[in-house]
Design a protein around this ligand. Sequence first.
Ligand code: PMP
Length: 384
Amino acid sequence: MHRDPFDWIDERQARLRTAGLVRTLRPRAADSDLVDLAGNDYLGLTRHPEVTEAAAEAARRWGAGATGSRLVTGTTELHARLEEELAAFCGFEAALVFSSGYTANLAAVTALSGPVGSGTLLVCDEGNHASLIDGCRLARAEKAVVRHAEPEAFAKALAAHDGRAIAVTDSVFSVDGDAAPLAALAGVCRESGAALLVDDAHGLGVLGDGGRGALHAAGLAGDADVVATVTLSKSLGAQGGAVLGPARVIEHLVSTARTFIFDTGLAPAAAGGALASLALLRREPDRAGRVRDVATELHRRVTEAGLVAVRPDAAVVSVRAPSPEAAVRWAADCRAAGLAVGCFRPPSVPDGVSRLRLTARADLTDSEVAAAADTIVRTAPTAA
Ligand code: PMP
């Protein structure tokens, strides 16, 4: 008897459609004149001529792909330079680059959890990014999920555990754009002898002196018990990810992290592009401050008009929508008015509240920021 193995998918899609939660793909036009507050190109570097030229030159010199695992043929001098430069810029002893921030997070969480039987406890903020959550799912460790951004909740979970532990948190949370209390978390970790693992995907290029990241800003970069992960695909305008930390931790990852060993190395073009972006950040350190100012101004304008948004700690401004359908319609109305904004709906939002997600960009002029805020306010659903 033939049985349709995928009939449940039709039912699930129908349920999603009824709830207004079906996702569709829309190719982005290369020459679009939309003002883009939807992407993560915080510093406006992805199309910077120095960055695209460095990426193109890397591809011409090394090929369109890395050709193999970093451990076999996939390490070029660009990878080595990028690792040195990332570590130096962010203030860590060493760095290791991955093909994405996602795989960097999987690596950091699983490889630091130690061998089976080490009794490691992972204490995770409930607002952590999906890639940290997936790392925890893969890790052979005990897990505790604690209340969002509450050092006391971390302290309680750590106190209840006898053995090794790692506190795991985003530096800036992707949904609401709020920051983790890193200094307090580091204090809690120090008291209980735990390591601190921080995903600084939204902090690099935005927070800290010249964009050196949230850990640099908190005085924790280079700390012997602190490990950070970053992405190269947001502020650096390229693609890829990295783990930053003490040299012995990085050496351990090279030999044990499965998403490093069994994945093809980062494409040379991405490594070249990211290196050029880091050079620009060093030369033009004001970009980080500008993106924070743009976020603050967007927030000020939309909240003064009566919309509800969490005060941004970095580049992400998240504005509440009354329902998933209203969020989709609102984003479409913004698009029709020339503004691309992100639209977050369940299951990407843990609390079920849909949001428009605006990403501030350092390369927007004051009048573009004012016009963008005006479009958001003008198209807002009345019950927002
Ligand atoms: N962590 C956070 C907080 C993120 O927002 C993202 C990107 N959505 C990632 C990790 C994954 O990074 P990448 O896109 O480089 O895989």
